[in-house]
Design a binder for this molecule. Structure first.
Ligand SMILES: O=C(O)[C@@H](CO)OP(=O)(O)O
Ligand SMILES: [Mn+2]
Ligand SMILES: [Mn+2]
Length: 548
């Protein structure tokens, strides 16, 4: 348990501190394709004119990723905004565990390899096949396959999900083709390795926050049972399904690889299974499907008795999965824990798609609360449909509830996540993104009115960019175009900095309006604590404000 925070004796306010996280909203580098700048956002524009604001770093080293070439993402962004420090994250920890070989000397690897060897069974890998480094990295998978062969495993099957969300929207074959060739090259009389099934990451297996368990059911049928449309290779499946559906990678229908009419890699009793994604949100449901004695979400038809391991521990409260290869970052002493120790009443809200971001990720990948009496978490159910069809998502419903809570005057700290910039940004649909930003802006205007009236302060920021960078650009900065003359859509996050606006209508000279520059989003917690009237813990990253 952490100690209570000390009062700074300089700020005491009537209303709450309201942290508004505009998920996926950064400052664009290019004019073309900047869906944030292209939108009519009168409320935000006004706040930029009247309130102090700065830019914060939200990618690469500033959020614990291996290098500044790594774009930010929601997990590392919300971790940083929740714990006020930068921890080496999954992408970095896994790469170094492989480099030092610590992974391959660990108990879990040894046990899973031993299991396949004694039972003469198959080692399966399930996960996202790309170098996105948000949920997974293909380099880690290759290193594990090589090691499995060196350790004497005889048969490997890979169940590979198409990405197109952290990498180019139609880039799957750049990963699948060389990877299939790599497996073929490794195969000989004593080693048999191939891709066994696959599908788009937004169609099967990688659902999150219980938004749509049907995706997991389809993933189970595809990977475990080998049920579904079959093809002779992943290459053939991807080309055929693309031609038939026009789908971008993340939405490609599932496929099973079969030979002589039989799936080449169903998952059977005695096999070992490694989920090679390191990030937890989209790994928890499929993990539950493998591990739960009784599963109520769907009928598994057959649950093979396997040795199952995740790349990491995905939930530090529930301890899921039971076995994992790499210890996750030891994120401790989070802001919510400090605030609970200081009797600060806290309210958190988003819609399903980002609910876990403001709770589970914010609390260092723990699903529980620190104090039931001091905290309330509210989830507005998300629609289950392509978000370009409803770019406003549930931002009005989130705002309605936030306004009601502000008016009720019960909370000292309110945090909310507007998913629009990110969820619509990932669709690659520029027009929908512009619409999503305008919808969100209207709600920010409404919340502003309520918070001002209550004598509170808003801290408006984001976890990383996305909506600000909707077109692919060449190295020289030119927009890339498709054959039909349309700009090539960019579906992934950006490397851009994000805003931090301090909207304090009851400002009374307690701090300098000159904000500290050059900081990252891990400075948000110290800033919020200061604004609530507390000193931040000494080891927290520097606040954006300087108290007078
Ligand atoms: O949708 C997701 O899983 C990621 C992109 O891979 O986005 P975010 O980090 O914003 O949740
Ligand atoms: Mn995000
Ligand atoms: Mn995203």
């Amino acid at each position: 348990m952490v100690d209570a925070l000390k009062k700074n004796g300089k700020i005491s306010r009537k209303g709450p501190v309201v942290l508004v996280i505009m998920d996926g909203v950064g400052f664009g580098k290019y004019k073309e394709g900047d869906g944030v700048a292209a939108a009519l956002t009168n409320n935000l524009n006004k706040l930029y004119k009247t309130s102090p604001w700065t830019k914060l770093k939200a990618h690469g080293l500033a959020v614990g990723l291996p290098s500044d070439d790594d774009m930010g993402n929601s997990e590392v962004g919300h971790n940083a905004m929740g714990c006020g420090r930068v921890f080496a994250q999954g992408a970095k920890l896994v790469a170094s565990s492989i480099e030092t070989k610590a992974m391959f000397q660990g108990n879990t690897w040894t046990k899973l390899i031993g299991n396949t060897k004694t039972k003469n069974s198959t080692l399966h890998f399930i996960g996202l096949l790309s170098d996105g480094n948000v949920h997974s990295n293909i380099e880690n998978l290759k290193a594990m396959v090589l090691q499995a062969k060196a350790d004497g495993v005889k048969k490997v099957r890979v169940h590979a999900l198409l990405d197109g969300r952290d990498v180019g929207e139609l880039s799957a074959l750049e990963f699948f083709d060389p990877f299939a060739a790599f497996l073929k090259e490794l195969s000989d009389e004593s080693f048999d390795a191939m891709i066994a099934s696959g599908g788009g990451r937004m169609v099967i297996t990688m659902d999150r926050y219980n938004a749509n368990w049907d995706m997991v059911k389809k993933g189970w049928e595809t990977h475990v049972l080998g049920e579904g449309r079959s093809f002779s290779s992943a290459h053939e499946a991807i080309n055929t399904l693309r031609a038939e559906t026009g789908a971008i990678d993340q939405d490609l229908p599932p496929f099973v690889i079969a030979k002589d009419g039989k799936p080449v890699g169903t998952i059977e009793d005695g096999d070992s299974v490694i989920l090679f994604n390191f990030r937890g949100d989209r790994a928890l449901e499929i993990t539950k499907a493998f591990e739960a004695e009784n599963l109520t979400e769907f009928d598994r038809k057959r649950r093979p008795a396997v040795e199952y391991a995740g790349m990491m521990e995905y939930d530090g409260d529930l301890h899921l999965p039971a076995q994992y290869l790499v210890q996750p970052p030891a994120i401790d002493k989070t802001m919510a824990e400090y605030l609970c120790a200081s009797s600060v009443k806290q309210f958190s809200i988003s819609e399903t798609q980002k609910f876990g971001h403001v709770t589970y990720f914010f609390n260092g990948n723990r699903s529980g609360k620190f104090d039931d009496k001091l905290e309330e978490y509210v989830e507005i159910p998300s629609d289950i449909l392509p978000f370009e069809q409803r770019p406003w998502m549930k931002c009005a419903e989130i705002a309605d509830r936030v306004i009601a809570e502000v008016e009720a005057g019960k909370w000292d700290f309110i945090k909310l996540n507007f998913p629009n910039g990110d969820m619509v940004g990932h669709t690659g649909n520029f027009e929908a993104v512009v619409c999503s930003m305008e919808a969100m802006d209207l709600q920010i205007g409404r919340i502003y009115q309520a918070v001002s009236k209550a004598g509170g302060v808003m801290v408006i920021t984001a976890d990383h960019g996305n909506a600000d960078d909707m077109f692919e650009h060449a190295k020289n900065g030119d927009v890339k175009f498709k054959e039909n003359g349309d700009p090539q859509s960019k579906t992934s996050h950006s490397l851009n900095p994000v805003p931090c606006i301090i909207v304090d209508s009851a400002y009374n000279g307690e701090y300098s309006k000159e904000l500290n520059a050059g900081l990252g989003i891990s400075s948000i917690p110290a800033t919020c604590m200061n604004l609530m009237g507390y000193d931040a813990p000494e080891d927290y990253d520097k606040s954006i404000i300087n108290l007078n």
